[in-house]
Design a protein around this ligand. Structure first.
Ligand SMILES: *Cc1c(COP(=O)(O)O)cnc(C)c1O
Length: 433
């Protein structure tokens, strides 16, 4: 980044500081990861200069012969990765992918049924502060108070009662796998369409270490930057034979378009302008990486690490929502430890351990305070940490939570954090001061 250093030292220096922060902190935010250097080179390329509204071979701009090939490669790789019939790799983010799906399937005022935000759901699944809850009639299902798991009977009851046009699955803070087949049965009984938002688990699903939603859902959306470990972005997928299982249903009256065409136009011109071809190139690199055998080894390690960390927390007397995890994250209810999520997040931040406060099901605190923290394994697993390191991480976090205001404890933990980070360098190009 020599050019940037000379041209704009202010921005250069801040990027250096952020890189150091990433290098010297324990990154445990469940939705974050470290993408590859190769992918970042694609994202920082001349492709950022190119307008390419439309799809490969059907653009509204000239000069697209190379970006067409790039986007086609991205699409072919993504389809292979998920055994999908159709994909759109243009959504700028997970929220943008979801916006396109809503536009394609619903009219304002239509009813949708999704997982409650305070039970692990996402803002874009009908929260009253998000367009999904403002424009549509959002209803929710939740988890069982005792088990912390989604109660399929309550989903069925809610579907019968509210007759949604669309049922969403997917979460930001849910530690168990989903029974897509059972959800599909509920959707069919209620005459609803079924949509999975696998933003968090896309990489684990690609590695076939969690159930596959594509054969059961009418449409699947995702981010590309969480467990999938690509650049920041989104994508929409339709599974094999979905056109057949769906018939060529026209959700909007008078339309006889193919299903996939509805989603394409939901992205452009529905909700976006020109695609980010530099990011699409970065996505293509990530899909290539995800098709390699090493990627499965990585995802298995993510699961092993999350499990080892969860077990150590349980031994230390922490309450894990649902009692453990099937995936890359754990959710801890801190109420028996006498600290709120907010206090824990702040104290851990001082020790350079990055987690986020999170609502737990049936939380008694506000969303700004919360009773829980969410801790994820994907990012530090990318750096090479194994089960024993994640048990150590649980112990470091416990030391801070036992003494959230003790400066010397925080100082000691911070030293231990730095020692771990030095053993597992982030990128080979990171130069330390
Ligand atoms: C992260 C996430 C999103 C949003 O992704 P952005 O890229 O931040 O817009 C959507 N849905 C779920 C379930 C998520 O976890």
């Amino acid at each position: 980044m020599k050019t940037l250093k000379n041209h704009d030292p202010d921005i250069y220096n801040l990027i250096q500081k952020e890189t150091e922060r990433q290098n010297y902190g324990l990154e445990l935010i469940a939705s974050e990861n470290f993408t590859s250097r190769a992918g970042m080179e694609a994202c920082g390329s001349t492709l950022t200069n190119k307008y390419a509204e439309g799809l490969p071979g059907k653009r509204y701009y000239g000069g697209c012969e190379f970006v067409d090939q790039i986007e086609d490669l991205a699409r072919e790789r993504a389809k292979k990765l998920y055994n999908a019939d159709w994909v759109n790799v243009q959504p700028h983010s997970g929220a943008s992918a979801n916006a396109a799906v809503y536009l394609a399937l619903l009219k304002p005022g239509d009813t949708l049924l999704g997982l409650d935000l305070s039970h692990g759901g996402h803002l874009t699944h009908g929260s009253p502060v998000n367009f999904s809850g403002i424009q549509y009639n959002a209803k929710f299902y939740g988890v069982d108070k005792e088990t912390g798991r989604i109660d399929l009977d309550s989903v069925r009851d809610a579907a019968k009662k509210h007759k949604p046009k669309l049922i969403s699955i997917g979460a930001s803070a849910y530690t168990r796998d989903f029974d897509y087949k059972a959800f599909r049965q509920i959707a069919d009984e209620a005459g609803a369409l079924l949509w999975m938002d696998m933003a968090h688990t896309a990489g684990i699903i690609a590695a076939k270490l969690l159930n596959d939603p594509l054969p059961h859902c009418h449409v699947v959306t995702t981010t590309t930057h969480k467990t999938l470990r690509g650049p920041r972005g989104g994508m929409i997928l339709v599974g094999k034979d979905a056109e057949n299982t769906l018939g060529v249903v026209a959700p909007k009256s008078g339309r006889t378009k193919k299903w996939s065409e509805l989603f394409d136009s939901g992205v452009f011109p529905g909700t976006q302008g020109g695609p980010l071809e530099h990011i699409i190139a970065g996505k293509a690199v990530a899909y290539k990486e995800a098709l390699e055998p090493d990627f499965v080894v990585y995802q298995q390690q993510v699961l092993n690490n999350a499990k080892a960390m969860g077990e150590r927390f349980s031994e230390l007397g922490y309450n894990l929502i649902s009692g453990g995890t099937d995936n890359h994250l754990i959710l801890i209810d801190l109420r028996n430890k006498g600290v709120t999520g907010k206090q824990a997040e702040e104290a851990l931040g001082q020790a350079e351990i990055t987690v986020n406060k999170n609502m737990v099901p049936f939380d008694t605190e506000s969303p700004f305070v919360t009773s829980g923290i969410r801790i994820g394994a994907p990012a530090m697993t990318t750096r090479g940490l194994k089960e024993s390191d994640f048990r150590t991480i649980a112990e470091l976090i416990d030391r801070v939570i036992q003494n959230p205001t003790n400066e010397s404890t925080i100082k000691q933990v911070k030293q231990d954090v730095h020692a771990i980070c030095e053993r597992f360098p982030l990128y080979d190009f990171v130069t330390t001061a």
